[in-house]
Structure formats: structure tokens, C-alpha cells
Design a protein around this ligand. Structure first.
Ligand code: ADP
Ligand code: MG
Length: 250
């Protein structure tokens, strides 16, 4: 579903991704962990076309991100073509970024109606189903300010799902939540995983990584330090940098 080959990304003179190689298989829950500043968010943003890589190759679902390949030549995609590629990718951020003036169901209906020109009735039915799936059937008419952080994040997940993505990116989805609200969001993510969604999850929740993750990559300083099955990496880390990080978060 995702293939990164020697992905480099700099901001000015600062190289943030220094050659990332990894692959994410369909239906895999792929956990990306590492200290603050190691480049995790930047990597997700590259996958989602929010940043452009400087060197290397990045494929999502068989398509080269941002380019069309003809023979051995590459052509940069037009904005409209980029938008098409992005549609298949859902993203959930640490801050939920819901539209404050819209109800929960309004938030979930918005993109299908605006982007896919879906009718209100069709968008409504799907949004209702998705809010039910994230456990918010009784909150469809609530505004974000009337919802807890955990509920808002679940609306944000439903909103991302409304575009029927092939790949979901989660960037520290529980880091901004009070501890007692973390579980309800992780439960929704666990359900998604069970339904076969391909997910890349940046998280410090090592319990989730261990129980739900199929693969784990430890990143530090813009490189992949270590990767493997979460159980193996978490119980038997090979590198000192991984050990040092895990001793702080476990
Ligand atoms: P992580 O998500 O692992 O904490 P980030 O990908 O957010 O790390 O950031 C990696 C590094 O890139 C940090 O040093 C950060 O300051 C820098 N960085 C991220 N985005 C930008 C940007 N738009 N401009 C300049 N530097 C950035
Ligand atoms: Mg980050």
C-alpha cells in the first residue's frame, strides 16, 4: 500500500528525512514511533501530499506520489490530479480540527458533499452509519464544543472514513486527550484494524502497538533505526537508541 525508497525531505538547509525505506502492506497496522522531532509527522505529510519530497521515491497504492510515470520519464501531477490521489488517504491529527460551526454529522457529511458532489441524503445516511460505528449515534447533532476530546476525535475519524479511504494516517491521535479518554479512541482504531483498514499510526501508546500493530518502525533523527514485529521490537530492541526511547515511554 505504501512503498518508500530512500525518501529525503529538507526544510531549507535542515534535512529532516535522511533516506527512509519502508513498506506498508495492505490491511496492515503499521506503527511509527520515535522521539519528538525525528520526522514522523513530516513522513506522514509526504504520503498525504502536504509536503513534497526532495529525493527518493514514494508510492501509495501503486501510484507514485505527485507524479505520473511515462516510460522512464516523470511528469508532475496537476493540482486536480493530486487531489484525486489524496482522496484515497484519510488523515487524523492530534488536534481534531473539526469545523466548530457544524454539528458532528455536518462535519462528516461535508467532504463527500463538497468534493464528491454527493447528495445530502446519501451523505447523511453514510455519516449516520459512520457516527454509529464510532459509538456516537446519540451525538450526531452535537457541536464540537459540546463534545469531549475523545468524542471529537471519534468524529474526526468518522469524517476521514466518509471519503472511503484506502489508507488511514493517524498522527498521535490520542496525545492531546485526557488519559481517561484515550481508550475510547484506541478502541475505534482497533475496530478499524479488525475490519481490515490499512493504517499508519504514529503513537506513543505501546500497548496499542503491541496488541494491534502488525509492524513497527522506530525512527530517530530522520532515519529508520529499527523495524520488525511490534512484539519483537518492544520486548527485544536491538539498538541503544531504541532501548533509550522505550525506557521512557513503556
Ligand atoms: P515528529 O513528528 O517526529 O515530532 P516532525 O516531522 O514534526 O517530527 O519534525 C521533524 C523536524 O522537522 C523538526 O526538527 C521540525 O522542527 C522540522 N520541521 C517540520 N516541519 C517543518 C517546516 N514546515 N519548516 C521547517 N522545519 C520543519
Ligand atoms: Mg509529530
Amino acid at each position: 500500500m505504501v512503498l518508500a525508497e530512500s525518501v529525503h525531505k529538507s526544510f531549507g538547509l535542515v534535512e529532516v528525512l535522511k533516506g527512509i525505506d519502508l513498506q506498508v502492506l495492505p490491511q496492515e497496522v503499521f506503527c511509527l514511533v520515535g522521539p519528538s522531532g525525528s520526522g514522523k509527522s513530516t513522513f506522514l505529510r509526504c504520503i498525504n501530499h502536504l509536503e513534497k519530497i526532495n529525493a527518493g521515491r514514494l508510492w501509495v497504492d501503486g501510484h507514485l506520489v505527485g507524479y505520473r510515470q511515462k516510460g522512464d520519464k516523470l511528469y508532475e501531477l496537476k493540482d486536480s490530479e493530486v487531489a484525486l490521489q489524496r482522496r484515497d488517504i484519510g488523515m487524523v491529527f492530534q488536534r481534531f480540527n473539526l469545523f466548530p460551526h457544524m454539528t458532528a454529522i455536518g462535519n462528516v457529511m461535508e467532504a463527500p458533499m463538497q468534493v464528491r458532489k454527493e447528495s445530502k441524503a446519501v451523505a447523511y445516511e453514510r455519516a449516520k452509519r459512520l457516527l454509529d460505528r464510532v459509538g456516537l449515534a446519540d451525538k450526531i447533532n452535537a457541536y464540537p464544543s459540546q463534545l469531549s476530546g475523545g468524542q471529537q476525535q471519534r468524529v474526526a475519524i468518522a469524517r476521514a472514513l466518509a471519503m472511503e479511504p484506502k489508507l488511514m494516517l493517524f498522527d498521535e491521535p490520542t496525545s492531546a486527550l485526557d488519559p481517561e479518554l484515550v481508550g475510547e479512541v484506541l478502541d475505534v482504531m482497533r475496530g478499524l484494524a479488525e475490519d481490515g483498514m490499512t493504517m499508519i499510526v504514529v503513537t506513543h501508546e505501546m500497548g496499542f502497538a503491541r496488541e494491534v500493530g502488525d509492524a513497527l518502525v522506530f525512527m530517530d533523527g530522520g532515519v529508520v533505526v529499527e523495524s520488525g514485529h511490534p512484539r519483537d521490537v518492544l520486548t527485544n530492541p536491538q539498538h541503544d537508541r531504541t532501548k533509550a526511547f522505550l525506557s521512557k515511554v513503556l
